[in-house]
Write a protein that binds this ligand. Sequence first.
Ligand SMILES: Nc1ncnc2c1ncn2[C@@H]1O[C@H](COP(=O)(O)OP(=O)(O)OP(=O)(O)O)[C@@H](O)[C@H]1O
Length: 602
Amino acid sequence: MSGLTPEQQDVVDAPMVPLCVIACAGSGKTKTAVHRVVRMRHNLGEARGRVALLSFSNVAVDTFREAYDDLASSLPSGAGRSRVDIDTLDGFITTNVIRPHGHRTMKSPRAAFLVTGDEAFLEGFKFPTSSFPQSIKALNLAFLNGKEVFFYMFNDQVVIVDSSVARNLIAKLGRTGAYTHDLGRYWAYRTLKEQPKLLAALSRRYPHIVIDEAQDIGSVHQAILELLIGAGSCVTLIGDPNQGIYEFAGADGKFLIEYHQRAGVLQHSLKRNFRSAPSIVDLANCLCGRDDVAERSAPATPHGAFFTGYKGDQYPQLISSFQGAMSAAGADIKRSAVLCRAKKLAGTLRGDEAPAGQGLVRLFAAAAVLRDRRKDFLKAFQRVAVAVVALLDNAPHGLVSQITQPSNKPDDRELRKVIWAFTRDPATGLPSASLVADAQWHAHLLARIKVLLVNLDTKFGLKRVANLGNKLSKKALPSTPLTSAADLADGGATALRIDTVHKAKGESLDAVLYVTTKEHAQALLGGVATELGRIGYVAATRTRNLLWVAVPHNSLKELRPQLLERGFKEVGLSATPTPAAKSTHDVLLPLPLKATKPQASA
Ligand SMILES: Nc1ncnc2c1ncn2[C@@H]1O[C@H](COP(=O)(O)OP(=O)(O)OP(=O)(O)O)[C@@H](O)[C@H]1O
């Protein structure tokens, strides 16, 4: 197959046995995995077994599907081209285990359904803690040395929950057929463990499973995979342990790192980085102690790794200075981003307001802002679904899930369509976030909800609650629009994306500004031994050409020597928003340098 490097080709051509592929950032894991799957399907010929290619995000799955559709046309017709399933690991478990078989283990009279966490009936499913009862949606599970451990997170700390309390609560929810994301994995594990015939059948159906981003496999996922491996499935893991950033969810990368030690598993590595300029690859090597090789040569435009200090009130200056540097580097605004460790900081930088209103009105208001400001129609739809169901009298427990999850039932699909139409249309459905909230927006909302509820009654026999006015009070709505007209007019087209590092995982970006606290910057410089360090590593390795790391001004003196030692160059902030800096081939510093007396290394 053409276009692959020898190390990628070796993975593709490897015998049909389990592989452990440790790959660096930007090494073309996607391309390699898709070519490998096509080759596997080719080798399987007319055999009936399916190949599963699994990853962790819907974006990754879409990319894989597109690439597979392109490549699979090279398979001879009839060679089982369609017997490849590409999905997220959770999607795979849901389709093959939880939905069709989970209810038997859950002791539910109906098929299992996923809850969003906001459903009113979950109020009755709480567990006690030393302070106040917590909702079951906060309950997580991990396997530690083969034992189930139940916990929840409080102020970034893990708090253990008594196992029998947790099991009873999970069983009680299970009997309704409901499960949260985390508990879905638990039920899938238990279903496979308790129904050995099902496990054997699933393993026969999927004799080969390839998992990308395998550093993100958590302990419950691992337990499920171990069952499949034990039943005969041949599992290949591809990933980069230095990008393991889901430790809080029980993924510590150990499964991937140690997988090659198992009998029969062949080890491979991918060490050529196609994404980043050589100076960025050098920095990445310095951070993680690898010796990966840049496949690209240095671009003719300004590029490399820079740092700058910022004060708490200088975010606008910081971002406009970075945009000046981006212009000089020829970075595309749509393929560049400001990244932060924490959601809260990303929200502050984006200028996200606290959601307005109370109760269900708050949900509708948040949905309007998500749709109109963030253009996030899906999240808006999910909030509208939860709020509308809460306005129904005696709504069946799984109704939110019936609306929000894809379904083959015509009634569910019709209902989904009605809620989508309401969410999407500011003229007849959820009013525009640009209307004055307490006066216009709320009045429109009330009138249109009434029409919607009549419609739901007529078409689907769903009755509304009696006290609509109480449930939709205008308390805590401001006498201003929910979001400013300027934000809406921009529509995000010219705005630089501001996001968390977790959201940018797997992406290639032209330019990245990583905004850090002192702790985040220290962790980045400290390397990949800690999760915070790996988060910094993921941020740094997203960029193709330009990386800026912004550190708090008051830690600059302390951090400067280490930043310089790692190869970062210092830049200052421009006093006012900058016009695009001049692009010259040999200028690496896109902005005038201020206060840059390098200190001797500590
Ligand atoms: N053999 C190849 N020839 C040319 N380009 C390649 C080759 N393999 C991969 N690439 C390119 O390398 C870039 C990075 O690939 P990809 O996004 O799959 O990296 P990755 O290994 O998933 O990285 P990360 O783990 O950092 O997200 C993509 O633009 C891809 O098209």
